[in-house]
Design a protein around this ligand. Structure first.
Ligand code: FES
Length: 405
């Protein structure tokens, strides 16, 4: 199902490589500097984007077995994700219905029951209240009405999307706009979590701009990725989600990390792994990039706005397709360390300086060139979300594929 789309993008990439072109946007696009600095707008972005849209809060690889769970905070909202004995993932407000504290502390584990650390009420993996401490003393309450509050959740393509608003009726599949069909090609549901870390960065949009931007690669990352890396990018959109790919007939070989020339092979030999090169971003806050240190791997970066406009937090998950051998483990560790340096030291320290300059009033606007269509699309979607009332939200994501065309 996804192959035709992947081949279509590869052919477009080969064609642009031959002509030395990219898909230019119509014009240079300007974003007001205050979009990155204004605290009221920052709060509105959290409310209208992060608390209304589905967010990728976990990879299947983080809770693969029945009974596995993950507890986390997302923009200040405590979330508990569980995999029940039926194998289904559920998400809840991680808040005990007695007096509200977290029933599970932040982290991952495996359990059949969650016992609240405050007074000992107990919930099962399906969120039902199954035990009230000293029930005979407590008084008359109906446990059936006191389960953990469920959140909308969808597991697709080895990723888990959750909406932080328990009352939301947004159709998560529609929001994905068919992009999940392509992500399915990775087969993430069978991958393994190798490592993770969380790093601090500038405003979440400054950080996210970088994931959509190949223009900076040979300059900012010249010492790490090399100065001969292309600064050209093609953008392929499904709704608000965008894949970023270099216009090239050459792509890294899955086996050797050398380059393969697709245009020198018949189309029938173009394998799926090769066709998945590039960066896959998931609006509003995730980027997935492939690497080959220690076997086939991806870094999934999940960005979250901080409390203030000038800060964000990025969790980097490093997933490997196969369980690594000892030598692959060493290579994967080195690769993941390099990516820490690239993102934290090269990208985010530069972004922090950009943040300071904008907060100092150095510029009224920042620019996105005609070659930076991905950033332009992203900022248009952010503005659209800010301008869209709850009643019109669903309409932004229907029908599934037409929005991208
Ligand atoms: Fe959980 Fe009291 S707050 S048992």
């Amino acid at each position: 199902m996804y192959r035709a789309e992947l081949v279509r993008m590869a052919k477009e990439s080969i064609s642009h490589a031959a002509s030395g072109t990219v898909n230019q946007a119509q014009d240079v696009f300007r974003v007001p500097a205050e979009a990155y600095t204004d605290e009221a707008r920052h709060k509105r972005e959290i409310d209208r984007i992060f608390k209304r849209l589905p967010l990728v809060l976990a990879a299947t690889a983080e809770l693969p077995e029945n009974g596995d769970y993950k507890a986390m905070e997302a923009v200040g909202v405590p979330v508990l994700m569980t995999r029940g004995k039926d194998g289904a993932v559920r998400a809840f407000m991680n808040s005990c219905t007695h007096r509200g504290t977290y029933v599970a502390v932040e982290g991952r584990g495996n359990t059949a029951l969650f016992t609240c650390p405050y007074h000992g009420w107990t919930f099962n993996r399906e969120g039902a209240l199954v035990g009230i401490a000293s029930r005979e003393d407590f008084g008359d309450v109906d446990p059936a009405c006191l389960g953990l509050k469920p959140l909308p959740v969808l597991e697709r393509a080895g990723l888990i999307w959750v909406i932080l608003d328990p009352k939301s009726t947004l159709d998560i599949a529609a929001f994905l706009s068919g992009y999940d069909d392509l992500l399915q090609a990775f087969g993430f549901e069978h991958w393994h979590l190798f490592s993770q870390r969380t790093i601090k960065g500038p405003n979440w949009k400054i950080a996210y701009d970088g994931y959509l931007d190949f223009y900076h690669l040979p300059v900012l990352h010249g010492d790490t990725f090399g100065r001969d890396i292309s600064n050209k990018a093609l953008y392929f959109a499904w709704g608000p989600h965008q894949r970023v790919a270099t216009p090239s007939a050459q792509v890294p070989s899955p086996d050797t990390a050398n380059l393969i020339r697709l245009d020198e092979r018949p189309e029938s030999e173009w394998d799926t792994e090769t066709l998945l090169s590039g960066v896959w971003t998931i609006f509003p806050h995730v980027s997935i990039a492939s690497f080959y240190g220690g076997g086939r791997g991806v870094m999934i970066s999940q960005l979250f706005p901080g409390e203030n406009a000038g800060e964000s937090f990025t969790t980097q998950l490093y997933l490997l397709e196969s369980e690594p051998t000892p030598s692959e483990r060493e290579e994967a560790t080195k690769q993941f360390e390099l990516l820490k340096y690239v993102v934290q030291t090269e990208d985010y320290e530069t972004g922090m300086r950009q943040q300071k300059a904008l907060q100092a009033g150095a510029l009224d606007k920042v620019l996105f060139g005609r070659n930076e269509a991905g950033g332009q699309n992203f900022h248009r979607w952010v503005q659209t979300l800010l301008d869209t009332d709850d009643g019109n939200l669903q309409a932004l994501f229907l029908p599934r594929r037409a929005a991208a065309e």
